[in-house]
Design a protein around this ligand. Sequence first.
Ligand SMILES: Cc1cc2nc3c(=O)[nH]c(=O)nc-3n(C[C@H](O)[C@H](O)[C@H](O)COP(=O)(O)OP(=O)(O)OC[C@H]3O[C@@H](n4cnc5c(N)ncnc54)[C@H](O)[C@@H]3O)c2cc1C
Length: 350
Amino acid sequence: MPERITIIGSGPAGWTAAIYAARANLEPIVYEGAFTEENRQKGTLPLGQLSLTTEVENFPGFPAGDLTTFLDTSIDEKKRKYMAPHGKEGVSGPELMELMRQQAINFGARIKTDDIVDIDLSGTPFKMKSLAGDEFESHAVIIATGARANYLGLESESRFKNMGVSACAVCDGAMPRYRNNQLVVVGGGDSAMEEANFLTKYASKVYIVHRRDEFRASKIMADRALANSKIEVKWNSQIDEVLGDDTNGVTGVRIRSTVDPDVTEELQATGYFAAIGHTPNTDFLKGQLETNDKGYVVWPVSHRTNTSVDGVFAAGDVADDHYKQAITAAGTGCAAALDAERWLSARGLE
Ligand SMILES: Cc1cc2nc3c(=O)[nH]c(=O)nc-3n(C[C@H](O)[C@H](O)[C@H](O)COP(=O)(O)OP(=O)(O)OC[C@H]3O[C@@H](n4cnc5c(N)ncnc54)[C@H](O)[C@@H]3O)c2cc1C
């Protein structure tokens, strides 16, 4: 018997879709990803991007406060071993994701800790294969596999992640370590301009480090950044190393001229923001869904989560290269489950 609905992915989009589909008695199966070294390296382990961060200050419903009792009564103790003991600062990323996962289980979602590695969308029911060797069919599919932030790949970048290295100004910029301090943004596209401008709300100064002598960004975005008196651009420069120590995290960066490699300079900074784009996790789709020029799954109909293949829905960052937030991912996860439920119902498959 084919599954009625399969949800692939385990971020806020996947779990919200699972909660809604389970409450609609669709008994969804969720492939949450596998704990492999490859996924660890890419930053795509189960529980999604929020499992890579500490505090989440902007998810509605989780103000700062001591969540200990709530967590003790909501999540199995075994599931809490890797969570940050973070006192009264509100919810952490891993905690928020475990709470969503548990909520989906409470309503009857079934979970496989496994990657979908192959999918055939050429006819219904859709055929799928997992890394562990599961082969099965499903009437409806929700793709919620998210995206991953691109980093330069320096060892010093990984060392200071969550200690001053970030890839999301909107998520992290308001945190105390970034306020009234100098920050560095790497990149030259629209997202770098946007991140740098946003960070000037908090920072005393923002350096944009860019390899070339002009930005790739649109003129309007570049002009806005160049007109901002808190922004200084280091042209023709690349990051040599993120500087810091285990106590303070990031303390600065060393940059190197791309014109004369003998020329280096150290910039003092408490934060380093990589703004060199994201990569949507769509490899396993092997081009079977329409994607945009950056590889994100396209929603052909405005305000609907349908994709170019009838019966396949997409939710969260895998289809959203614009907002990229946990709450927007959760919102489209809800929408995808409702869209899928109606699709199944119209075919008598509910
Ligand atoms: C360091 C960091 C901090 C952030 N902080 C915040 C914040 O404070 N507030 C905020 O709103 N947003 C924050 N964000 C952004 C937020 O995490 C994302 O917008 C959100 O997680 C996107 O959710 P998603 O459900 O689309 O997918 P993701 O969270 O990207 O999760 C998708 C997951 O699906 C799984 N998966 C992928 N491929 C497969 C496959 N083939 N088979 C099975 N499973 C698969 C993987 O485990 C993957 O990680 C942050 C992001 C980062 C990187």
